[in-house]
Design a protein around this ligand. Structure first.
Ligand SMILES: Cc1cc2nc3c(=O)[nH]c(=O)nc-3n(C[C@H](O)[C@H](O)[C@H](O)COP(=O)(O)OP(=O)(O)OC[C@H]3O[C@@H](n4cnc5c(N)ncnc54)[C@H](O)[C@@H]3O)c2cc1C
Length: 472
């Protein structure tokens, strides 16, 4: 521990009490490595404030002692944004003790949750008052409202409800100078210049500490339909989405699954079965919901899929006949990464291109990667309707203990160049963190980099908020 860190720890322990300052390495251990287990950091202490006032005190003291802070929620982020540097120069700032839901108003369609509230807890609480927070994702049992806000997280309902940027009505945060920004009023209209709330969304902890968030709610789901369809190619899949969207408002999930991914899931994940009897090159998982009690959404989707079948947009389709079957369909989609891991080494790229270009991009990019690196297997799955897929490259015949080190960077650069040439983004929903910083610096437009650096410098001149992340 340096003298600065030691005196900061001492000062905060005296003022905030022992619960707020953890130095036992065994307690710190699970929080200094990223979720994928790829990046290992170190921290002399983890600070765990219980209120916004305590965060103010921590930020002011950290600035005074020039000790950087790494905000952390559930540590489920995919870009190692919440992992401290390996030299132990920064403190972890865990927001998990700030876990109060301050208010839920069905009338205003708003909830105010502190940063450490876990997504599943919020989802359950708003459900009890007949409302819904329309964002869910695989990490819902651990990820927090502060983390979701700071990464501008997406999930499987972006098609209808947007990312966190659309779902956040306002943010309360402690800025790097220790001042509080309070945007929790939930005003629908507020044109007092720059939106500090929007600046903090997706800032990955580099501009301040999010302490609470006002979240937009919608009425709870009264009925849902989950269906599985087989299609010839991603172009047909997108055609199906447009066909459905022109005829119903109810589609909120539309996930593309290649046959290769389905086969991997069937091979490695116990209890999974193919939803359709025939073999199709590509598949889509469709979720439709309605808040209207008594509406016969199942008949509507069945009729529309029948029409799509007659028009040869799809080759076959099945509607889940029970909640258990609906969950079984989703399990296939949610298990793709796990099945890939079980099969062998995989390089993951969370990318986006304009929606209309995505079918062509998937086919061309897969072909080009496989041609440039013969023996690897490339494919894309995920949120087709958002123009966001997880473009994964499996080692295939290149599998070797040092494959990531030997070839990983070259393959990722190849993919990122294709994405950039297609006018896309190398990070659709997982942020930049530390894993994508070099590629971001290499490929981002100069104007974007200039603005990002200028904003960071203006708000955090001492560089104490999550250094080494996002801003190259
Ligand atoms: C199985 C699985 C499925 C996933 N699916 C999706 C998906 O579909 N869509 C998607 O977008 N993401 C997905 N993710 C990624 C992840 O869940 C999200 O990025 C989530 O938003 C991270 O929340 P967290 O609380 O774990 O944040 P952390 O991982 O702790 O932190 C993430 C970033 O936010 C910063 N941060 C955290 N809390 C605060 C705060 N209070 N103030 C300031 N900065 C803060 C951290 O410094 C870090 O930079 C998935 C992850 C897993 C493990």
């Amino acid at each position: 521990m340096t003298i600065g860190v030691a005196s900061l720890v001492e000062e905060l322990r005296n003022s905030l009490g022992p619960k707020a300052v953890i130095t036992d390495p065994r307690e710190l251990e699970p929080w200094v490595t990223d979720w994928r287990g790829r990046v290992h950091g170190a921290a002399p202490a983890m600070l765990a404030p219980a209120s916004t006032e305590e965060v103010v005190q921590i930020v002011r003291s950290a600035a005074e002692h020039r000790v950087p802070l790494v905000p952390q929620g559930g540590n489920t982020g995919m870009s190692a944004g919440a992992t401290p540097p390996a030299d132990g120069s920064a403190m972890l700032l865990s927001m998990r003790r700030m876990n109060r839901i301050r208010a839920i108003s069905a009338g205003d369609r708003l909830a105010v949750a502190e940063a450490g509230v876990v997504l599943a807890t919020l989802n359950d609480a708003v459900h009890e008052v007949g409302m819904r927070f329309p964002l869910t994702l695989g990490a819902r049992g651990s990820c927090t409202i502060g983390g979701l806000t700071s990464t501008n997280a997406g999930g499987t309902q972006v098609l209808k409800f947007g990312t966190m940027r659309s779902l956040v009505a306002g943010v309360e945060a402690v800025l790097p100078d220790g001042s509080i920004h309070n945007g929790l009023s939930g005003l629908k209209k507020d044109n007092r210049g720059y939106s500090i709330d929007q600046l903090l969304i997706g800032a990955e902890g580099t501009l301040g500490v999010v302490t609470a968030v006002a979240l937009r709610l919608v009425p709870a789901v009264a009925a849902r339909v989950v269906a599985w369809a087989g299609v010839d190619d991603p172009r047909r899949a997108l055609e199906l989405l447009r066909f459905l969207e022109e005829r119903t408002q109810s589609i909120e999930g539309f996930e593309l699954v290649p046959q290769d991914s389905l086969q991997l899931v069937l091979k490695h994940v116990s209890g999974t079965r193919p939803p359709l009897s025939g073999v199709h090159k590509w598949h889509v998982l469709i979720e439709a919901t309605t808040p209207e009690a008594g509406s016969n959404i199942s008949n509507e989707i069945e009729r529309l899929l029948g029409l799509a079948l007659n028009q040869e947009i799809i080759g076959d389709a099945v509607i889940a006949s029970s909640e258990a079957q609906a969950e079984a369909f989703w399990k296939i989609r949610d298990s793709i990464s796990e099945a890939e891991r079980a099969e062998g080494q995989t390089l993951a790229h969370d990318i986006s291109v304009p929606v209309a270009d995505m079918p062509r991009f998937i086919m061309d990019a897969s072909e080009q990667v496989e041609r440039a690196f013969p023996g690897v297997i490339a494919s894309g799955f995920g949120h087709l309707g958002d123009g966001n897929i997880h473009f994964h490259v499996r080692a295939g015949s290149h599998a070797a203990p040092d494959w990531y080190e030997a070839e990983g960077a070259a393959i990722t650069r190849f993919v990122d160049d294709l994405v950039t040439a297609a006018g896309g983004s190398i990070s659709a929903e997982h942020g930049i963190g530390q894993l994508k910083r070099a590629e971001f610096a290499r490929l981002a437009e100069p104007g974007r980099l200039h603005a990002l650096r200028a904003i960071k410098q203006a708000l955090d001149p001492l560089g104490i908020m999550n250094p080494g992340k996002l801003v190259p």
